[in-house]
Design a binder for this molecule. Sequence first.
Ligand code: FEO
Length: 396
Amino acid sequence: MRAMKVTENIWWVGAIDWNLRDFHGFETPQGSTYNCYLVMGETGVALIDTTKAPFVPELLSRIESVVPLEKITHIVVNHVEPDHNGGLPEVMAAMPQARVVASPAGVKGVADYHNGLVVEPVKADDVIDLGGRTLRFLPMSMVHWPDSMFTYCPEERVLMPNDAFGQHVSSNARFASDFGLDEAMRELGIYYANILLPLGTAVGKAIDKVLETGWEIDVVAPSHGLIWRGEEFGRVVEAYQRWGAGEKRDKAVVVYSTMWGSTAALATRIADAMAAEGIEVSVYDLAVSPVAHITYELLEAKALVLGSPTLHHGMLYRVAGYLQYLAGLKPTGRIAGVFSSYGWSKGAEKQMTARLEEIGFEMPIESYTVKFRPEDEDFAEVTEWAGKLAEAVKAL
Ligand code: FEO
């Protein structure tokens, strides 16, 4: 299979997972890639990262289109999550002469995951000399796991930061500019919101660490999706810094599930009323909307407005599932409002309120609940309720 040059002496040799639609619960309608890179020196060749186990034949085929497997002298394991490390034993078996290195936490992770498999540790000051090309390392705990590490080739000015700056996109385009920069930035945001949001502090420190190194960087080649070149990296760093700092705007995301349409009718009326107050609003029915997409919409929003009818004295399971997903991402600095409908027994509004408070949302106003079907007077009430929520958004 075809490899692609990233710079004069670095090749992309990864795998394209066209049909990936779920990444541990994160919907990935565009698939993904497991990017691996060959750094070609005069005396050595390093393979940076491997792939998910089923994609090893594709990886080996791409490597062989550039260099025989027996020429590989080093394998660098930047991260032990199985999308990058699952295929490591098979890759090591195909190139037994290669020295395999990882961060100290990565060494332990490889042994734990692969039944005692032994690889060597590298630290921040270590240098691997490939003859005219060198590799430097920056341990990056919690971007994405404790073992995570960035690898840098100064002679090519290429940073290979594994998950950081990645996106779940499968494409024959390897570079963000070929794919479309705006669309690539949007995918960067979706990835950040669904993978890195709870790790914002570590991500902020990672950016500072990279900037402090003084490394000259022309190319940022992550392990998923598209490669950033030139000034694109500044745009990517600026977005990461903004998200890491928790910057938000006057925006609300209305999310609901409905039984017979009453909660849906309230949702659209709330959205209309908040928009009339100058709030940017988007509306999502959980039955038909990818949660990963909703999470991205919430990234720069100040408010979540959540609705469910009462069923069996509680919220609908889709709303409960959404809140469980959201809890893991630890969103901070946002307000929430709750709305619901019921037939003869309330309950959903209490459950939603309690869970949202537990997750960390401020609840500036009481929930709004309507019996059976909203009539004109109910719509008037919920419009007023949404107006109060809009004021709270503006005041935040
Ligand atoms: Fe792409 Fe944290 O693995």
